[in-house]
Design a protein around this ligand. Structure first.
Ligand code: ZN
Length: 299
């Protein structure tokens, strides 16, 4: 192994603390249980009403620090991560977790926990890059009782060369039989609106039938390209690959009366305003992708 003794230095952290005497931000409580069950679609009656218990898989949720950081995080864990950063393993990915449940948690239980660095693997080569798996074990207590353990594994790795090189591309549109005509139009630099052949109502985005009269027959009308900003948001966060925040996303009302969501370009993001006139143009993002966007017309 050519890691200059790095592995033995990492290994020395096994058994050392990653968090000491952490306390849950909130006691186990019914609102968090309710939100969790709604998010998971879990209707198990054990989690509601008098005598309810918390879903066992919420174990980690009671120990999380939220945006404020990790409560009780200990120096050795920070040092271990710093050592890996110095060795070039600057990237991190969570790989898996295992939980054991020993006693149910109930609303009102005050949770405390300790986390230990349980193991550091030898250097492993993965598709992401070479690095080390670090497993931590968190013992979660309710009062004096051990309620469960939560093992969490991450891979700290040096990103494989070349992986990050190609510039991220914009997401591809999902083209299906209901909207294929729209994308054919875009290829010809035409913004096509559907028109119901029964009631003549225009619609956008494309749908299989008329939302006003239900008629499935339609033809198309090409938008002239004039419109105004009906509403907009400026996206600052989160960053998505191929997008550079901040940028303005407009809900554009076309002169024909329908609304289209697209980028507002040619105007600084903080100068976009409701009512601003815009004009359609087609922007080529890469060899395969051209999209309709709207250029702000400042007056
Ligand atoms: Zn109709």
């Amino acid at each position: 192994m050519d890691d200059d003794g790095l592995y033995s230095r990492l290994k020395a952290y096994e058994g050392r603390p990653a968090a000491v005497s952490g306390t849950g931000r909130d006691p186990v409580n019914a609102p968090m249980i309710r939100h969790w069950c709604e998010a998971m679609g879990d209707r198990n009656p054990a989690y509601t009403g008098p005598g309810a218990i918390a879903p066992p898989t919420m174990l980690q949720a009671w120990t999380m620090g939220g945006l404020g950081g990790h409560p009780g995080r200990a120096r050795p864990y920070e040092e271990l991560l710093a050592l890996l950063d110095e060795a070039g393993c600057t990237a991190v990915v969570a790989t898996d977790c295992e939980q054991e449940y020993l006693r149910p948690l109930r609303p009102g239980d005050e949770v405390t926990f300790d986390t230990v660095i349980e193991s550091v693997s030898e250097r492993k080569t993965t598709k992401l890059g070479a690095g080390y798996f670090i497993t931590t074990r968190t013992d979660v207590r309710a009062g004096p009782d051990l309620a469960g353990t939560h093992r969490f594994r991450i891979l700290k790795y040096a990103p494989a060369r070349g992986r990050t090189a190609p510039r991220e591309r914009r997401p591809r549109p999902v083209v299906n039989r209901d909207n294929a005509g729209f994308w054919e139009g875009v290829r010809e630099h035409r913004l096509l609106l559907q028109r119901c052949t029964a009631c003549a109502g225009l619609r956008f985005p494309w749908l299989p039938g008329c939302h006003a009269c239900g008629c499935p027959e339609w033809d198309t009308v090409e938008a002239a390209g004039e419109g105004t900003v009906f509403s907009y948001v400026v996206l600052h966060h989160p960053p998505f690959p191929a997008f550079e925040p901040p940028y303005a996303i407009g809900l554009i009302e076309l002169a024909e009366g329908v609304r289209v969501v697209s980028n507002v370009v040619g105007v600084p993001y903080d100068k976009v305003r409701i009512g601003m006139p815009v004009r359609l143009e087609f922007r080529r993002y890469d060899d395969e992708l051209t999209l309709p966007v709207f250029r702000g017309v400042t007056v």
